[in-house]
Write a protein that binds this ligand. Structure first.
Ligand code: DUR
Length: 312
């Protein structure tokens, strides 16, 4: 049993994060440089103490859009002409919005960018005394063998060698964290998708997600600045991945799953496919179409969150 579990014996299950850094409680000051917020600079309990859901995605505009979507879905009003405030506007690394018990933040591209945000948001929510949190990554991806616009729930994130492991190098040693996702949560999200009949508008599938540390060679694209393989070799590899259950590729799922699994915190990863990688590499769908695709996960995750809020 870790240090913090022992302190929280009666509420072990609800406790927001496990395996926390045991140095944290000894810091008088902790400044979250990339958010420009701090333990002493801000009243974190007052600002974030009621947070139950954290929604993350790559771009700040998409997360702002989702925040407005949730505000409308929950029937919250803000004065006409005003907009939701970016809580981290003192820095332009990340944007953050809050609507009732839901926090929204954009994580940028790739595991390193996401890892910094998760470190700072998880510490912030820990200091704020939050309990019983659910995290979502709502992203875009390249689909493998699925139609563009398909919504994909990740069952397990895998690396470029198909290992379900998030690797970090710490003090010269390799640390490995598991990347399986919460099957119960996926089941609930699939049930909601069925009840909402989203299938009349788009496909919803589940499978393994390959997380790359690059958009081009790292995702077997032919159109990067370097490429020493043929189109046939690329297709052969993608088909092999697909046969082993991989349905999409993106750049954040390993870190998201690895960190939140280690913290024993509930999380889900849902991405919309912008293209089918068995057909092409370049993203050529119109901007309007991309905007429409990107909002598809909003409907399912939004309804899940709405129900959980209403039930309480
Ligand atoms: N993404 C990919 N590959 C794709 C489409 C989308 O990695 O083919 C995701 C992950 C990353 C960003 O954050 O979008 C790159 O455009």
């Amino acid at each position: 049993m870790g240090h913090y579990d022992a302190l929280n014996n009666n509420s072990v299950k609800k406790y927001a994060f496990h395996n926390l850094n045991k140095h944290l409680h000894s810091f008088e000051e902790d400044f979250f440089y990339h958010l420009y917020l701090g333990k002493n600079q801000n009243d974190l309990k007052a600002m974030f103490g009621d947070v139950k859901f954290v929604c993350m995605g790559g771009t700040s505009k998409r997360m702002q859009k989702f925040a407005h979507y949730m505000k409308d879905l929950l029937g919250y009003r803000i004065p006409t002409g005003l907009t939701l405030n970016d809580i981290t506007k003192l820095t332009d690394r990340y944007s953050m919005y809050k609507v009732g018990p839901i926090l929204f933040a954009n994580h940028g591209i790739g595991c390193p960018s996401l890892s910094i945000l998760l470190n700072e948001i998880m510490k912030l929510l820990h200091y704020a005394g939050c309990e019983d949190l659910t995290f979502f990554r709502i992203g875009t991806c390249g689909g493998i063998g699925v139609e563009p616009g398909t919504v994909i729930f990740t069952e397990e994130a895998v690396d470029g060698l198909l290992r379900p492991e998030y690797r970090q190098y710490v003090l010269g040693k390799e640390k490995i964290r598991e990347t399986q996702c919460d099957r119960e949560l996926i089941k609930e999200l699939l049930e909601i998708s069925q009840e909402m009949k989203v299938g009349q508008k788009f496909n919803v599938v589940t499978g393994k997600t390959m997380c790359a540390h690059d958009f081009y060679e790292g995702q077997s694209r032919i159109d990067g600045v370097f490429c020493d393989y043929t189109q046939e070799e690329k297709l052969e590899f993608l088909k092999q991945c697909n046969e082993k259950g991989v349905v999409n590729m993106e750049m954040e799922s390993l870190c998201f799953a690895g960190m939140l699994n280690f913290a024993k915190t509930r999380f889900g990863i849902v991405c919309v496919a912008l293209l089918n990688r068995l057909e092409n590499d370049q993203i050529t769908v119109s901007n309007d179409m991309i905007m429409e695709f990107q909002e598809r996960p909003f409907e399912i995750i939004g309804e899940y969150i709405r129900r959980r809020i209403v039930e309480n």
